[in-house]
Design a protein around this ligand. Sequence first.
Ligand SMILES: [Zn+2]
Ligand SMILES: [Zn+2]
Length: 478
Amino acid sequence: MELKKQSALENIDACKELLESMSDALWDHPETGYHEHFAARLYCRMLEKLGFQVEQGLAGIETAFSGTYGSGKPVIGFLGEFDALPGLSQQANVTRMCPVTEGGPGHGCGHNLLGVGALAAALGVKKYLEDNKLPGTVKFFGCPAEEGGSGKGFMARDGVFDGVDAAFCWHPGEVNSVATESTMANYQICYHFHGVASHAAMTPELGRSALDALELMNTGVQYLREHVPTDTRIHYAITNSGGNAPGTVQAYAEGLYLLRARQLPQVKELYRRVNNIAQGAALMTETTVDIEFIKACSNSIINTELNHVMQRNLEQIPPQAFDDADLEQARQFRATLTKTSTYFDALAAEATDPEDQKRFQADMDSLIHAVPLPLARERQGFVSSDVGDVSWNCPVAQINAATMPAGVAMHSWQMVAVGKSSMAKKGMLYAAKVMAGSAIDVLENQDILRRAQEELYRRTGGRKYDSPIPDDVKPHIS
Ligand SMILES: [Zn+2]
Ligand SMILES: [Zn+2]
């Protein structure tokens, strides 16, 4: 590896203790979307201390911020997340389900690691720019509410990512790989039904049930499922059933819908049809419905050019060296799994090249998957992410890094429990180096950037980013 890059990556190791303690502090203070005040304060303080210029309150969101170092082009962004998940409180390093706070939040998606890994990468690139006295800007974006809040979507709508030339990110997980799955577009909508309360036995004719309306809506949507494109996803939750008194006609009920499809126009069409069903249910029950648009995500645009850069770095930079203690801990956590994630197997099944198959074979029975996997073919995933909105603004690439035992599922108590472990931190620092190394390659060779931007233009057909979130919709702070 080049000396210049080496010294930037060594700077990440030099800050290891600081970074690890930051990740632990975030794990200790899990905050759900748009409530990340502890995290935002910690990051802003740290960014300032490390020599970044901090901007807070981006897009009018209290917990959205950025840290900038350097000047001029190109502008390289790193995307940091830090929100936790409700209800996933879990003690660290304990091999049974055991909350710290009953019903409290927990870092079930590893975002305590995710944000700090991205900050570490920014730190590496800052060192590179400093040492080599080069023009260029590195920006760390503090992006709130990834889980269900589309923080980056609101930031993108407000132009926060304008002028960024390329962005990198990562996600904690069970393998070391470049992410080649594109994510789906989605809309989240709340349907509020209003009826009339009445004694259900004495004067039922005076009551109009909002709960009936919601149930009819849900039933109508079940029939719709047969007549939508196969890869459409429609999820719902009854978020208010109108109370627990069957003797009173329910005057209010609400349901939360999450609609997904490959592209935004398909989600928009689905939205129109689901709205019609809601109106139909209101008509049948003589209730009314208010339709509240909560948030949306754009589908992601894969960038093969940057994916290749990340793949090279994934293979060049020495991966996590898991020691016996890490492996023993992984063994203990694997013993708690009744079902194991099939993510690795699914990737292995797709490998056709004999060399690639060998690489999968070598890692098949590992307690932690630490082998950098070959670059998988591009494919459609079924989840959504607000990184999608950034990817319409500039070329974006991301990796997964192994931070947990093989077979552990995302959003599980086991993932929370290992979030402060040595294996998790090794994964975080590896991801940081791969991201920083990739960004340095882009800074070194601006042909890469040009090709990546041409690819984005080609894939979007030259269409400019158009936020799927209507102008009057504000972030939903629950
Ligand atoms: Zn998640
Ligand atoms: Zn996540």
